[in-house]
Design a protein. Sequence first.
Length: 158
Amino acid sequence: MSYTNTIAVIGAGPAGLPTIKELAKEDLKVVAFEQRANLGGMWSDVNGYSWQGMQTNLSKYTCCYSTYPHAKQTPDFPLSHQMGDYLQLFAKSSRLEDYIRLEHKVREIIPTPNGWQVIYQNKSGQEKVEFFSKVVIATGFFLKQYCQKFKGKKIFPD
């Protein structure tokens, strides 16, 4: 089975989106898995971790991608929906939608001799398996981590 130069990106939020963009520029086969129905991570208007009217505590000048500034009319401290809109526009202008599988929840990532086996549940609820040469985990810090026990684990901090 050949899966050279295939990369799975787990998460399509503020960290996952630029990762997808940069990997795609390198002519790699990129597949991004986003468990929600909308991209944007914590800023998603569909089951995100922010609430209507929530304002960022970072300015639009520091809470943006260097190659994609916020619109001039965006307030200095954007509201949650404005951050979500910004991420949606970034994905659209960067043509990332074709790489992102919405409502696909990764259940397990297993190392193989040539890369990684990714087990996920698609939007229909079916469990599927795909193989990738590399995996990038860009899920943010709101998800509970699970780290398998392995020999030598104690040398890594929690």
